[in-house]
Design a protein around this ligand. Structure first.
Ligand SMILES: Cc1ncc(COP(=O)(O)O)c(C=O)c1O
Length: 370
C-alpha cells in the first residue's frame, strides 16, 4: 500500500459541506479583499494563540517578510537565525535590508542553541528569529532572557508549530512577533497560500496591517515600501471552519508520534525529541539516520511508495545566495550534519494505523536487509 507523506483528502471529505458553504458565502458577499471574513479569522486565531492581534497575510513567507520590515532594519543590522530551516527566513532578513547571522542548532532538537546565539551577538544585532522546526518550540525562556539582556527582539517562526505549547503557552505567543503559515502541508492548511503574523503590541499590529498593503498609512502616505501581502477572504473563511479542529488534530498527531516512537525503538533511527513541558505539534515527523544510511533508506522507501522527504538538504549558510557572508563548511557542524541525516516520513492527521504500520514495516525491512 502506498502511503503519502501528507494527505488532506480525508479531512476535506469530512469538512466539505462546511467548506463549500463558507466558500459560497464569501463569493456571494462580494467582499473579496480583506474585510469581514479576514477580520473574523484574525479574531479567532488571536484568541486561539493567546495573543492580542493576528494579522492575516498571503503566506508564511510574506508573514516573516512583514515581520522583518516591521523591525525597520538599517543596513548592517543583524538578525540571528538557524541555518537549518527553509529559505524564507534568511531571505526575509536580506529583503528587509538586514544581514542574516547564522547560529548553530542543538543536535537533538534541531532548533537554535541559545549558547550559539549568545556567542553570535554583536553590537549590530537587532533580533533573534526562533524557528520552531518541525513543530517543536525553541528554548524560548533562554532566548527571551538573552534578548532582554541585549535589548533584542525575538520573532518566532511558528510556521510548523500551530498547536504546540511551551510551558503551557501556545507557540507564537512568547516572542515580540510570531509568524504562521497555512501552506497545505501545515496542520492548519489553507486551500492554497496563506499566513499570519501574531503580536501583543498594538503599535506593531497597526504597522503590520499597513505593511500588508504596500506600507500605506492614512492620507495615502508610504514610509515603508513593502508589497501586497493581503490574506484572501476565501482562505480566511475556509480556515475559520478548520481552526476549531486544530487541538484535536494535534492530539491525533501526537498519538501517532508516540506510536511511531514505540515501533521504532528497536531500530537504528533517532526519533524526535520531546518533553512534558515542550509540546511538539509534529507538523513533520523527522527521523535521524546516522552512518550514511539516510540515502539508501530513502531509496528503499521510494521503491515501496512510502512518502519521504528531506527538510532540508542544504544549510542556509552554504547556499550560494549567502556566499558573500563568508561561512565555510565546518563552521556550523550540527546543522551541516542534520542536513545529511534527517528524513521526514508520513505524518498527517488522518493517517490510519494500517498506513503507519506500512511505513514502519518498510523501515524495518530496510534495516533487516542492511
Ligand atoms: C517547506 C516550507 N515551505 C515554505 C515555508 C514558508 O511558508 P509559506 O509556504 O506559507 O510561504 C515553510 C515554512 O515553514 C516551509 O517549511
Amino acid at each position: 500500500m502506498a502511503v503519502p507523506l501528507t494527505d488532506l483528502s480525508e479531512q476535506h471529505r469530512t469538512l466539505l459541506p462546511e467548506l463549500r458553504d463558507a466558500f459560497c458565502e464569501v463569493v456571494e458577499s462580494g467582499r473579496l479583499i480583506l474585510g469581514h471574513y479576514v477580520e473574523r479569522f484574525e479574531a479567532q486565531l488571536a484568541a486561539y494563540c493567546g495573543v492580542k492581534h493576528a494579522v492575516g497575510v498571503s503566506s508564511g513567507t510574506d508573514a516573516i517578510k512583514a515581520s522583518m520590515l516591521a523591525l525597520d532594519l538599517q543596513p548592517g543590522d543583524e538578525v540571528i537565525v538557524s541555518p537549518f530551516t527553509y529559505l524564507h527566513t534568511a531571505e526575509s532578513i536580506l529583503r528587509a535590508g538586514g544581514t542574516p547571522v547564522f547560529a548553530d542548532i542543538r543536535p537533538r532538537t534541531f532548533n537554535l542553541d541559545p549558547d550559539a546565539v549568545e556567542a553570535a551577538i554583536t553590537d549590530k544585532t537587532r533580533a533573534i528569529m526562533a524557528v520552531h522546526l518541525y513543530g517543536l518550540p525553541c528554548e524560548m525562556f533562554a532566548l527571551l532572557e538573552i534578548a532582554e539582556r541585549h535589548g533584542l527582539k525575538v520573532i518566532e517562526d511558528a510556521d510548523m508549530a500551530i498547536g504546540a505549547t511551551y510551558h503551557g503557552r501556545q507557540a507564537g505567543s512568547l516572542g515580540h512577533m510570531a509568524t504562521l503559515s497555512f501552506y497545505p502541508t501545515k496542520t492548519l492548511a489553507a486551500a492554497g497560500d496563506a499566513g499570519a503574523v501574531l503580536t501583543d503590541d498594538d503599535a506593531l499590529a497597526q504597522r503590520l496591517r499597513s505593511i500588508r498593503v504596500h506600507g500605506l498609512e492614512s492620507g495615502f502616505v508610504v514610509r515603508t515600501p513593502s508589497g501586497a501581502f493581503r490574506m484572501d477572504p476565501l482562505q480566511a473563511a475556509l480556515l475559520s471552519v478548520k481552526l476549531p479542529h486544530v487541538d484535536q488534530w494535534v492530539k491525533r498527531r501526537r498519538d501517532l508520534a508516540k506510536r511511531y516512537q514505540q515501533l521504532f525503538e528497536p531500530l537504528a533511527v533517532t526519533t524526535p525529541d520531546s518533553a512534558d513541558d515542550i509540546r511538539h505539534a509534529y507538523n513533520l515527523y523527522t527521523l535521524r539516520v546516522r552512518g550514511g544510511g539516510r540515502e539508501p533508506l530513502r531509496h528503499h522507501l521510494d521503491a515501496m511508495d512510502i512518502g519521504n522527504r528531506v527538510y532540508y538538504p542544504r544549510p542556509l549558510h552554504l547556499q550560494p545566495a549567502y556566499s558573500h557572508l563568508g561561512y565555510e563548511r565546518g563552521t556550523l557542524p550540527h546543522a551541516e550534519r542534520a542536513c545529511d541525516e534527517v528524513l521526514s516520513i508520513p505524518m498527517f492527521t488522518e493517517m490510519t494505523k494500517a498506513q503507519q504500520d506500512e511505513v514502519v514495516n518498510a523501515v524495518r525491512e530496510y534495516f533487516a536487509g542492511d
